[in-house]
Design a protein around this ligand. Structure first.
Ligand SMILES: [Mn+2]
Length: 294
């Protein structure tokens, strides 16, 4: 056991340090996109699976009036097992704190991996407000219930140890994914998600995802909301389920996705992995005339 880190203490420490961080790494205004609301979740900072560099790049290029951190932001389970905290993970925290100083309202809804933060509901860390859930009203008057989503996870509710086992298998897949992608990177190929691919191939996982989505949508309806925004299952989605809008902002360990609300209330999923692939192709375009495709 590498030191008895108290996540909440670390969290408070980061809040203090944020005040001294510089703003030099902001993207220029013309490459930044502005949204009314931005939702991200399942960053899993503190684990090797977190795609912190891609996330940082994304955060530098977007602005919003409100930013929701929809759970599993800092991976508390992982912190207890092994300390993994590279500079890029620290930079993400600093970037989030900087956003609050620049006038973005940042609301943190803890998930199951950072449930330690549930002890601090109603408090704020360096301007980041901690809340158990939220009722967000869109520009066009729709009420969206914001929750991480683990309440609907039968496995976690029934047997926590089972969730730990699943977690280890999942970590293994992510590790394979990382090795594959560093190899792809060396070959000049863009990011491709192995774990995302596998998940789509596993029928049982798909039926689990469907059950989860239906349960969350049902609960949103019972609460009188027009829709729900959640994370947790690492599968971005935006669709109608029996008259309820189901929105999932995905994750930043495999799919690299976010949910945004435009100024007029329109919602959209941002697929940052696809954006990165597009950027890679654009960068290669001047070379296109010189290569022969057979
Ligand atoms: Mn979760």
């Amino acid at each position: 056991m590498q030191g008895m880190h108290n996540e909440a203490q670390l969290f408070a420490e980061w809040s203090d340090k944020g005040a001294f961080a510089d703003d030099a790494d902001e993207a220029p205004h013309h490459v930044r996109r502005r949204y009314r609301t931005l939702w991200i979740s399942d960053l899993h900072l503190g684990t090797p699976g977190c795609q912190a560099q891609a996330l940082l790049d994304f955060l530098k290029r977007v602005e919003s009036d409100t930013l929701f951190l929809v759970g599993d932001i800092i991976d508390g389970w992982q912190l207890r097992r092994q300390w993994h905290w590279p500079q890029a993970h620290n930079d993400v925290i600093q970037k989030l704190l900087r956003k609050t100083r620049k006038g973005t309202r940042v609301i943190f809804i803890p998930g199951n991996h950072d449930e330690f933060a549930r002890r601090y509901l109603g408090h704020n860390f360096g301007g980041i407000e901690v809340a158990n859930e939220w009722l967000h009203e869109t520009a066009d008057g729709r009420k969206l219930w914001v929750t991480h989503g683990d309440l609907f996870d039968g496995v976690i509710q029934c047997a926590k140890w089972l969730a730990y086992v699943g977690d280890s298998l999942y970590e293994f897949t992510l590790k394979a994914n990382r090795h594959l992608n560093s190899l792809r990177g060396r070959l000049g190929l863009p990011y491709w998600s192995l774990s995302k691919y596998l998940k789509h191939k596993v029928k049982r996982a798909v039926s689990y995802v469907g059950d989860f989505e239906a349960a969350v949508a049902r609960e949103a309806r019972q609460r009188g909301a027009h829709g729900v925004v959640c994370g947790h299952i690492h599968h971005a989605e935006l669709r109608d389920i029996d008259g309820v809008l189901y929105a999932n902002d995905g994750d930043w360990v495999e799919s690299l996705t976010a949910l945004v609300e435009h100024a007029d209330g329109r919602l959209e999923i941002i697929d940052w992995a696809a954006q990165m692939r597009e950027d890679a192709i654009t960068a290669l375009t001047p070379m296109a005339g010189l290569t022969t495709v057979s």
